[in-house]
Write a protein that binds this ligand. Structure first.
Ligand code: 2PG
Ligand code: MG
Length: 424
């Protein structure tokens, strides 16, 4: 029943119109798991490699090599194996690749394969994916960190910081958290139209608005006003930011360009502190360049107990990179993106290390994402209490929210929505 009879790779498109890898895994018992690899735009230097063909076809973004790696290299080795042997299978993917960053097979090939294996197993077991991955303990719905104003490399505006986030921490269930967020999204839409005109309603890569703002304080102010206009306060809705600061960093001068001026790391740190004192900021991600653990540690110390400081490009879902951060006490949280490392088992190792050392884990989408909603189940399986998957708009984002609604309904009275506790 559980024997893998087919592993098939093929093309799919992501939300940016970029080709990506789709893998279908079938079992002897007739079950099927389908997974699609997502794709980042602001990628950390330490991430596993996304294999692209180059050349003219598909604007150089073809994934023919990665697909043929699935069909020619991976499939023959997985056929006949028990689909429940996730860790063993992921070990085979790592060994077949044999590089530190999946550059031979491509992390797009290995990620889609690894996730499709897990889905086929849960299907064959007739067990929901979150329960297959997380067992009986899987019961915590995540607080969504909703990116409502897009900037940086995710939008065609002048905002330097990449994501301005709304956090419905005051709700008492996931569906209520969504309702609150949607109300804020719509009041933000109204407010932006009044202040910046119709063109401000264009959205960025993650479904948040991409208004023609120039500096961060405009974005925070708009979010705060939208929260108020929707009838809420900071006891219901907190704010956050993903600076994605590696994108703002000039390695030659060692400075950052944001909000129309140049900052040293020390000045930028002071800037974060002033933002955090003026607005209810509960979350800051990648505040400094990806190799600057020291400045990140300083900010973490200054905002201890008030704001979660999170590493994304800083750790790239790699247990080795995380170990250094943990040693220094660099951050209080870490982003988890399976395609940054390339297999589910390695991502779980990363999550376990982080959780063991008291760090919060935030399960995350990519800016180029798809209808694949795997991360919704993964967040519940790990009881992380936190997920980052964009605005409550655009189907590649809402696919995850819609799955979480379903899971909350299925768990019924045993579902837990942690609210502010997710930050403690
Ligand atoms: C991030 C992500 C997702 P990207 O920086 O956190 O929001 O963006 O996928 O472009 O790396
Ligand atoms: Mg990030």
């Amino acid at each position: 029943m559980f024997e893998i009879v087919e592993v098939r790779g093929g093309y799919a498109l992501d939300s940016r119109g970029s080709p990506t890898v789709r893998v279908i895994v079938r079992t002897a018992g007739g079950s099927k798991g389908v997974a699609l690899a997502p794709s980042g735009a602001s990628r950390g230097a330490g991430e596993a490699l996304e294999l692209r063909d180059g050349g003219l076809r598909w604007a150089g973004r073809g994934v023919g090599l990665a697909v043929s790696n699935v069909n020619e290299v991976i499939a023959p080795r997985l056929k006949g194996l028990d689909v429940r042997m996730q860790r063993y299978i992921d070990g085979i993917l790592q060994a077949l690749d044999g590089t530190p960053n999946k550059s031979r097979l491509g992390a797009n090939a290995t990620t889609a394969t690894s996730l499709a294996v897990a889905k086929a197993a849960s299907e064959q077991l007739s067990t929901p994916l979150y329960r297959y991955l997380g067992g009986v303990g899987a019961s915590t719905l995540p607080v969504p960190l909703m990116n409502m104003i897009n900037g940086g490399v995710h939008a065609g505006n002048e905002l330097g910081f990449q994501e301005f986030i709304v956090i419905p921490a005051g709700a008492d269930s996931f569906i209520e958290a969504l309702r609150l967020s949607v109300e804020v999204y719509w009041s933000l839409k109204e407010l932006l139209k009044e202040k910046y005109g119709k063109s401000s309603l264009n959205v960025g890569d993650e479904g948040g608005f991409a208004p023609p703002m120039k500096i961060s304080s405009e974005a925070f102010k708009a979010l705060e006003d939208a929260v108020k206009r929707a009838g809420y306060s900071e006891s219901h809705v907190l704010l956050g930011v993903d600076a994605a600061a590696s994108q703002l960093y000039d390695s030659e001068s060692g400075t950052y360009k944001v909000d129309g001026r140049v900052w040293t790391a020390g000045e930028l740190l002071e800037y974060y502190l002033s933002i955090a004192s003026e607005h209810p900021i509960a979350y800051i991600e990648d505040p400094f360049n990806e190799d600057d653990l020291e400045s990140t540690r300083k900010l973490t110390g200054k905002l201890a107990g008030k704001t979660l400081i999170v590493g994304d490009d800083l750790y790239t879902t790699n247990p080795k990179h995380l170990a250094r951060g943990v040693e220094l006490g660099a951050s209080t949280g870490a982003i988890l993106k399976v395609n940054q490392i390339g297999t589910l088992s390695e991502a779980l190792d990363f999550a376990n290390l982080a959780l063991k050392t008291g760090l919060k884990i935030i399960v995350s989408h990519r800016s180029g994402d798809t209808e694949d909603n795997f991360i919704a189940d993964l967040a519940v399986a790990l009881n992380t209490g936190l997920i980052k998957t964009g605005a409550p708009a655009r189907s590649e984002r809402t696919a995850k929210y819609n799955r979480l609604i379903e899971i909350e309904e299925e768990l019924g009275p045993t579902a837990v929505y942690p609210g502010v506790k997710a930050f403690k």
